[in-house]
Design a protein around this ligand. Sequence first.
Ligand code: USQ
Length: 378
Amino acid sequence: MRFSRLGYEVTAVDNYFRRDACRELDAEMLYPVLSLEERARIWHEKTGKEIKVVIGDLSDPEVMRSLFQPDAIDYKWCVDESYTGLPDVIIHYAEQPSAPYSLMDYKHADITLSNNLRVTNNLLFAVRDFCRGVHIVKLGTMGEYGTPNIDIEEGWIEIEHKGRRDTFLYPRQASSIYHTSKIMDTDLMWFGVRMWGLRVTDLMQGPVYGLETEEIRIDPRFKTIFNYDEIFGTLINRFITQAVVGHPLTVYGAGGQTRGYLDIRDTLQCVLAAVENPPEPGELTIYNQIMETFSVNEIAEIVHRVGCQRGHPVSIQQLENPRCEAESHYYNPTYQGLVELGVKPHYLTDESVHSLFELVEGYRDNIREEIIFRGIKW
Ligand code: USQ
């Protein structure tokens, strides 16, 4: 919707993986979200702009490749006669995104690895075979780096070894099968860049929070998916939902786990900045897509403070950590690249937490306490 508003011709491809998984795992979203087709129809009604929707599973190479056959998508609506039907930019979000999901059992680990790696591989080959000049924007994750005891650079590190120097991908060591699949994605992309001169931007994103985008103001039915359950919910969204329903905030272990966070509005700004600043052919550009860092305890304190101000009896509970991760560690990532491209961060202030509370409070009756914590173990 953001790109469409800015005048880009957009095609969205999805197989409803996440919605289906939410239903199967009894981890429903905070509110229902319309189908892509419905949203595209309302978008057209409200803005006069068209978003093409294709429903298909991109882990099937034939489905992926069909998108690159110029006749596959009806593009006659395009007035520019030089238009080929092939994209200029591909934004690759088509992945199983949850760490707990990937560690539920061997089947979910298998779904995660096969979906994520096959989609990435299918994309690489389709781009190699049909449109090498296209810019791929790939959603990576800060979790690829893990929590090393040295500063985290933006993607690359220069190493001096026995008197010689070279630049390498920054060392990766993830703590879930999901995060490990993203390391493998990065390796696949880097291979395509080196072998075939592809142009790739990898966005190393931290946990996202919030649900308020500019598009909601056009119509509230454009809200994005919001999960608060243990599998698909991320920390800040979860804590705010817990506070609203009177469930103790679920701090895992000692709560010193520090991560880089960002507001959903900044996610959109970052993807746009990446699209507007493409790398050269044969270049892999990596940005750390976070705006500030917090420990779990710091987030719990903010949510506790603001929740109490709003009349919620918020309590904090330290649970035995179901994950295998460092609970007290050094964390100093660099994240200047996207800000230098003009991204203006929205920070997590008491005021912004108040507005998140307000939005979630509106759906209080939908919150199901029993899906908040079930203890999926690593
Ligand atoms: N945590 C708690 N209590 C909870 C939930 C989480 O203490 O109730 C802790 C976790 O143990 C972890 C931290 O909070 O240390 C963040 O957990 P999260 O569930 O918010 O985020 P994570 O599993 O790391 O994954 C999320 C997204 C994933 C994205 C990643 C960015 O689901 O798609 O890649 O954030 S990052 O973590 O930077 O790799």
